[in-house]
Design a protein around this ligand. Structure first.
Ligand SMILES: Cc1cc2nc3c(=O)[nH]c(=O)nc-3n(C[C@H](O)[C@H](O)[C@H](O)COP(=O)(O)OP(=O)(O)OC[C@H]3O[C@@H](n4cnc5c(N)ncnc54)[C@H](O)[C@@H]3O)c2cc1C
Length: 352
């Protein structure tokens, strides 16, 4: 049976359990059990390496389990793929946050190679007046909390209620899925607020149309200016209308505010989904010799090598927020480079 045939593209790994060599060639630690880490782990175990995957969450899968709703990614299939990896010899250690529970430095010394695949697990926050009010949440953090409760890792009562009127801010997958979560949580009115139009939205116009069919109110060409508080809790968002100007550095038309067009949307909660930040497993100050790019992603050369010997990086933490396919491919390609390093075919090291 192909390895990981139950887990999305992992069937590409194309090795059978009985083909895996018994004698191990090298030991690899993979930090992060999302598609990049899982793809790498599968490929490495196929090539005869001992593989340990460590993850801070209580079960492996990354955003496949704790970020993306069931209607897009079937959790039973993800779990079946992980079971196959485990049966093929990959060891999973969950509930361990590298950089907090164990230092990266210690792990680098314990393994022949380390792959960092820790994704982008922080929402970029809007710095507008009222951002500190109760009821204003980073969408990804809220979604992860919700799935933790949904899968029985904590009581549902520990996840803050959203109330009846929820505003979701953004135009990517996180924003779309935050609308679905708000529906699941029983919000009566959901407002998706985006500063460009659906044509420029990273999630694409179809996702907007699907939400509209489900009764979500879409507000295009508007941007939040401030949150309005009632006592310490958010009860409104002041929005300003935008028009599209000349293209910005992203190549998309720059949204420009239309003075005097402000209006207030009454809300009981806000989920901000305006982008995600890379989360390498260390503080930028104690970077273990691993250089970061300006946007916080980990710098690597074409062989996924960071500036620290033995340490590689793949997935969204290397190339920024993307999709399942590119993250998985990046992990599989990094595994190939790690294999070459471990069998002595990759000479030298960048910057050393
Ligand atoms: C809400 C949402 C919906 C999405 N929907 C889609 C979609 O429908 N289709 C699509 O193609 N893409 C979608 N994406 C994007 C896709 O999920 C990501 O591009 C992909 O999961 C990235 O894979 P990764 O392996 O790089 O990181 P992740 O999947 O983010 O996995 C990283 C792993 O690292 C672990 N980790 C982080 N820090 C540490 C640490 N210090 N120590 C130990 N472990 C750590 C995390 O627990 C996590 O398991 C969505 C993203 C979000 C946020």
């Amino acid at each position: 049976m192909p390895l990981g045939s139950g887990l999305l593209g992992l069937r590409f790994l194309g090795c059978r359990t009985e083909d895996i060599p018994e004698a191990k060639r090298g030991s690899v630690l993979v930090i992060g059990a999302g598609p990049a880490g899982l793809g790498a782990a599968g490929r490495l175990v196929c090539m005869g390496h001992e593989v340990v995957v460590v993850d801070k969450m209580p079960e492996p899968g990354g955003l496949l389990i704790f970020g993306i709703p069931e209607f897009r990614v079937r959790k039973d299939r993800v779990r079946a793929g992980i079971r196959e990896l485990r049966e093929a010899g990959v060891e999973f250690r969950t509930g361990i946050e590298v950089g907090r529970d164990v230092s990266l430095e210690k792990l680098i010394h314990e393994f022949d190679a380390v792959l960092i695949a820790t994704g982008t697990w922080k929402t970029k926050r809007l710095r507008i007046p009222g951002a500190e009010l109760e009821g204003v949440y980073g969408a990804l953090e809220y979604i992860v909390e919700y799935f933790m409760a949904k899968y029985g890792y904590r009581p549902l009562s520990s996840v803050p209620a959203l109330g009846e009127r929820v505003a979701v801010i953004g135009g990517g997958f996180t924003a779309i899925d935050a609308c679905h979560i708000a529906m699941e949580r029983g919000a009566r009115e959901i407002h998706l607020v985006y500063r460009r139009t659906r044509r420029e939205a990273p999630a694409g116009p179809n996702e907007f149309e699907m939400l509209e069919k489900k009764g979500v109110n879409i507000h295009e060409l508007v941007s939040p200016k401030r949150y309005v508080g009632c006592d310490s809790r958010v009860c409104g968002v002041e929005l300003i209308r935008m028009r599209l100007g000349a293209p910005d550095e992203s190549g998309r038309p720059r949204p420009e505010p239309i003075p005097g067009s402000e209006f207030i949307l009454e809300v009981t909660a806000v989920l901000e989904a305006v982008g995600l930040r890379p989360t390498p497993p260390f503080d930028p100050e104690t970077n273990h010799g691993i250089r970061l790019n300006q946007d916080g992603t980990i710098w690597t050369d074409e062989f996924f090598r960071t500036t620290r010997r033995k340490v590689f990086a793949a997935g969204d933490v290397k190339h920024g927020p993307s999709k399942i396919g590119p993250a998985l491919k990046s992990g599989i390609d990094a595994a190939q480079a790690i294999h070459k390093f471990l069998v002595g075919e990759l000479k030298g090291w960048p910057g050393l």
